[in-house]
Design a protein around this ligand. Structure first.
Ligand code: TYM
Length: 329
């Protein structure tokens, strides 16, 4: 007999295979993926269809998808406690995206901040999939009827749109989908080394989780701190200093670091050196696991294949329900 009386709620999230995860991905989202494994029926997806909106090199897509799977497993996703899979291994997502696009006004997707940003950042490649990107993202979530979506704050607009699309579908065809809600960590926006923009691979302002120690040192030493602090003896403003803020997550003496910066007892260089060593240490075990997994590509592929297979009945079931509601049965 089953031990559980009420079924667990479902959590879903996706991450683009843009190489290996950075500290922004980790603090903003991945540590919640790990935490939610115990309390939710958790499903995590490497969204290669989404990555095709900006990356057109097949070998890069292939390699990055594998690298991201290894990275996520090394950081604590446990195939015994969650389902990890690659988006294109469940092609039902794209069929559902098409069906959902029929209830989505063009104006909703045109006004999405990420679309406007992509029009600026890749003006020669404003492909149609960029416009419909959030509809596919909605399909990813609702095909599993997930209610909790661990993401960083930069995904808030996409989540709001997912809720609107869900409501539009339910209003026209009857209640099929629960409304998904974003779940944020206590650091929903991590700034990059430039100290002003969100940390992002495309902006080149990342600190890599799996970087070689010297690379992490170089990235941390390049961080912009309090720009008004010119001399070593000038008191700093820890509340706006990205280096100081990042110490919150690496160590348990944040107040001392704050005080040191505010009173000019410590200089920026010392605080950065300490941060770099702490980041290196805190991911040392994950780096080892990553090396082990990289040496066993078949094991990683097996995890991804099993994950996609396990989800087949759910994805097909939802699609059959939707098709029937829409008169396609
Ligand atoms: P992506 O691949 O850009 O980012 C993966 C996750 O990392 C979070 N994140 C951050 N959090 C805080 N500070 C940062 N600087 C930072 N950078 C990235 C993101 O918020 C995200 O949670 N569109 C999504 C992928 C996606 C998805 C989905 C997410 C596709 N389908 C369904 C949720 C549900 C994306 O591009 O994330």
């Amino acid at each position: 007999m089953s031990q559980e009386t009420t079924p667990r709620q479902r959590a879903f999230s996706g991450i683009q295979p843009s190489g290996l995860p950075h500290i922004g991905n980790y603090l903003g989202a991945i540590r919640n993926y790990v935490a939610l494994q115990d309390s939710y029926d958790a499903i995590y997806c490497i969204v290669d269809y989404h990555a095709l909106t900006s990356t057109h090199d097949p070998e890069l897509i292939r390699r990055n998808t594998f690298e991201m799977a290894v990275g996520l497993l090394a950081l604590g996703l446990d195939p015994e406690r969650c389902t990890l899979f690659v988006q294109s291994d469940r092609p039902e997502h794209t069929e559902l995206a098409w069906l959902l696009s029929t209830v989505t006004p063009v104006s909703w997707v045109e006004r999405t901040p990420s679309f406007k940003e992509k029009k600026r950042s890749q003006p020669d490649d404003v492909n149609h999939a960029l416009l419909t990107y959030p509809v596919l993202q909605t399909a990813d979530i609702v095909i599993y009827k997930a209610t909790a979506v661990p993401v960083g704050k930069d995904q808030a607009a996409h989540l709001e749109l997912a809720r609107e699309i869900t409501r539009a579908f339910n209003a026209r065809y009857g209640d099929v989908f629960p409304e998904p809600a974003a779940v944020f960590t206590d650091s929903p926006i991590i700034l990059g080394t430039d100290g002003t923009n969100k940390m992002s691979k495309s902006l080149g302002n990342t600190i890599e989780v799996f970087g070689e120690p010297d690379e992490i040192r170089r990235q941390v030493m390049s961080m912009v701190t309090d720009t008004r602090r010119i001399l070593r003896t000038d008191p700093g403003r820890p509340e706006i200093c990205n280096v100081c803020q990042m110490h919150r997550f690496f160590g348990d003496d944040f107040e001392t670091i704050w005080e040191g910066e505010r009173t000019a007892r410590t200089g920026c260089v010392d605080t950065k050196k300490l941060l770099a060593e702490r980041i290196i240490d805190s991911f040392a075990a994950a780096r080892e696991r990553r090396d082990e997994l990289t040496a066993q590509p078949e094991r990683v592929r097996q995890v991804l294949g099993d994950g996609a297979a396990r989800l087949a009945p759910i994805a097909r079931g939802t699609l059959a329900e939707v098709r029937a509601r829409m008169g396609l049965d």
